[in-house]
Design a protein around this ligand. Structure first.
Ligand SMILES: Nc1nc2c(ncn2[C@@H]2O[C@H](COP(=O)(O)OP(=O)(O)OP(=O)(O)O)[C@@H](O)[C@H]2O)c(=O)[nH]1
Length: 407
C-alpha cells in the first residue's frame, strides 16, 4: 500500500502452546502475509463455509478508556489457552504501547500510528481513527485468514482502541463489526469499570452508552462488570450494579443521596432502561484475579445461541430486503433515464427499433420463403435451378428497394 505507515497485513504466528499472559510476548514478524488470500478468495471461502453453528465465536471487547479491556482480553486469552483450543487474538488498538497477550493479528504490524499522525498532521485521536480506517481497507484479508483457521479455534478475541467512540462511532469500526458479524457468530463484551460506576449517575451514563452500542450494532451483548471483588483481593463488590438493574427501587434509593441536576434525568432514564436491563446478560468479573471468567464464557455461549437463532435470521431478512430495494432502485434509474431522453432521441430510438424489427421481419420472411422454396424443390424435382435463381434475384431486388425507401 502506498499510504504512510501502512504495510501488508501480518498474521503473527502464535505458538500453539504460547504462554499467554507474558507481557510483551506478542510476536511481531512471523508473518504469513503470503498466505493472505485476495478479496475474491475470502468471499469464496465465506460462501463455501455457510454453517455458522461450526464457526468460532468472535468476541469484540468494548468499554470506556481504562475499564480494563486489555487486561480482560489477556486474562480470557490465558484462560482459553489452558482450556484449549487456543483462541485467535486480534489487537485493533494502534496506540497500544504494550500488549500483554500474544496476538495472531496486531494492527500495529500493518499501520504505524505515529507515522500516520505525522503524515496527515493529526492528533492522537485522529491518528487512531485514520489508522483504523486504513486497516479497515484490508479487512477482507483478515476475514480470509479467519476463514482458513476457523476449524482450529473456538473463539476469536478482539481488543479495541482505548477511546470507545473511536471504534463504536467511526465508519471503520462499523465496517469491521458488520463484516465480522456477517461472517461469524459475533458477540459484544461490554467491559464496565465497576469501581468507577458506584455513583448512580455515572452508572447510568455507562448503561446508556452500553444501550446505544446495543442498538447500533444489534448484536448479542454481554456486560462484564470488571474489577469486581469476587475474591477478596479485588476492589469493589459489583453486586450493587446487578441489584440496580434488577430492582428499580434500589436504584431509586441510591439516587436519592445524589443532589446533582442530572438526578431527575437519571431517574427517568432508569425507567426507560428497564426493558434493556430485563434482557441483559451481566456478570461481575475480575481481569486481575480471573474470577468468574467461566460465568462470562457461559453468558457468551448464551449470546452465541441468540446470534444463531435471532440475529442471523434477521440479518438474512434485512439483506434480502436491501437486495430487493437495490433492484428497485436500479429499475427506477433505468426508467428515469428513458424518460430523460430527448424526444428526438426517443423517436430515433423507436425508429431504429422499427427499422431493425422490419428488417428482421424481411430477413425472417426471406428465410421462410427460402425454406419453403427448398422444400418445394425437394418435393418437385422438375423445378429448374435457373428459375430458383431468378426468384432469388427478384427477392433480393425487392429487399433492396424496401431498404432504400426506408432510409
Ligand atoms: N483491580 C483491578 N484493576 C484492573 C482490572 N482490570 C484492569 N485493571 C487495571 O485498570 C487499568 C486499565 O486497564 P486496561 O486493561 O489498560 O484498560 P483498557 O480498557 O484496555 O484501557 P485503554 O485501552 O488504555 O483505554 C490498569 O491499571 C489495570 O491494571 C481488574 O479486574 N481489577
Amino acid at each position: 500500500m502506498a499510504e504512510a505507515g501502512v504495510s501488508k497485513m501480518n498474521a503473527s504466528s502464535v505458538p500453539e502452546n504460547g504462554s499467554a499472559g507474558v507481557a510483551g510476548a506478542a510476536p511481531s514478524n512471523a508473518a504469513d502475509s503470503q498466505q493472505c488470500p485476495s478479496s475474491t478468495d475470502s468471499s469464496d471461502n465465506a460462501k463455501a463455509s455457510g454453517d455458522f453453528s461450526k464457526k468460532p465465536t468472535c468476541l469484540i471487547f468494548l468499554g470506556m478508556a481504562g475499564s480494563g479491556k486489555t487486561t480482560l482480553v489477556q486474562k480470557v486469552t490465558s484462560y482459553l489457552y489452558e482450556k484449549k483450543p487456543a483462541p485467535y487474538v486480534i489487537n485493533l488498538d494502534p496506540a497500544c504501547a504494550e500488549m500483554p497477550y500474544p496476538a495472531n493479528i496486531d494492527i500495529r504490524d500493518t499501520v504505524k500510528y505515529k507515522d500516520v499522525m505525522k503524515q496527515y498532521g493529526l492528533g492522537p485521536n485522529g491518528g487512531i481513527v485514520t489508522s483504523l480506517n486504513l486497516f479497515a481497507t484490508q479487512f477482507d484479508q483478515l476475514l480470509g485468514l479467519l476463514d482458513k483457521r476457523q476449524d482450529q479455534h473456538e473463539y476469536v478475541i478482539i481488543d479495541t482502541p482505548g477511546q470507545i467512540e473511536v471504534f463504536t462511532w467511526s465508519a471503520s469500526g462499523s465496517i469491521i463489526t458488520e463484516a465480522l458479524a456477517a461472517g461469524f457468530p459475533t458477540v459484544i463484551v461490554y467491559v464496565m469499570d465497576s469501581v468507577r460506576s458506584v455513583n448512580p449517575v455515572t452508572f447510568m451514563s455507562n448503561m446508556l452508552y452500553a444501550c446505544s452500542i446495543l442498538y447500533k450494532t444489534r448484536l448479542p451483548f454481554v456486560v462484564a462488570l470488571n474489577k469486581a471483588r469476587i475474591l477478596p483481593t479485588d476492589v469493589v463488590d459489583s453486586s450493587y450494579a446487578e441489584e440496580w438493574m434488577r430492582d428499580f427501587e434500589a436504584f431509586d434509593e441510591a439516587l436519592r443521596s445524589e443532589s446533582s441536576y442530572a438526578t431527575n434525568l437519571t431517574y427517568s432514564m432508569s425507567l426507560v432502561l428497564d426493558e434493556f436491563y430485563s434482557n441483559l446478560r451481566c456478570t461481575g468479573v475480575s481481569a486481575v484475579t480471573g474470577a468468574r471468567l467461566d460465568r462470562l464464557l457461559e453468558l457468551v455461549g448464551d449470546a452465541r445461541r441468540e446470534y444463531l437463532t435471532e440475529y442471523r435470521a434477521e440479518y438474512e431478512r434485512l439483506r434480502a430486503a436491501r437486495d430487493q430495494a437495490e433492484r428497485g432502485r436500479q429499475r427506477r434509474d433505468l426508467q428515469r433515464l428513458e424518460a430523460d431522453l430527448e424526444p428526438q432521441d426517443r423517436e430515433a430510438t423507436v425508429e431504429s427499433d422499427v427499422t431493425l424489427r422490419s428488417a428482421a421481419r424481411v430477413d425472417d420472411d426471406d428465410d421462410l420463403a427460402e425454406e419453403r422454396e427448398t422444400e418445394r424443390d425437394d418435393e418437385d424435382d422438375t423445378e429448374s435451378f435457373q428459375s430458383f435463381l431468378q426468384q432469388h434475384k427478384q427477392r433480393q431486388a425487392a429487399r433492396r428497394t424496401t431498404d432504400a425507401s426506408k432510409s
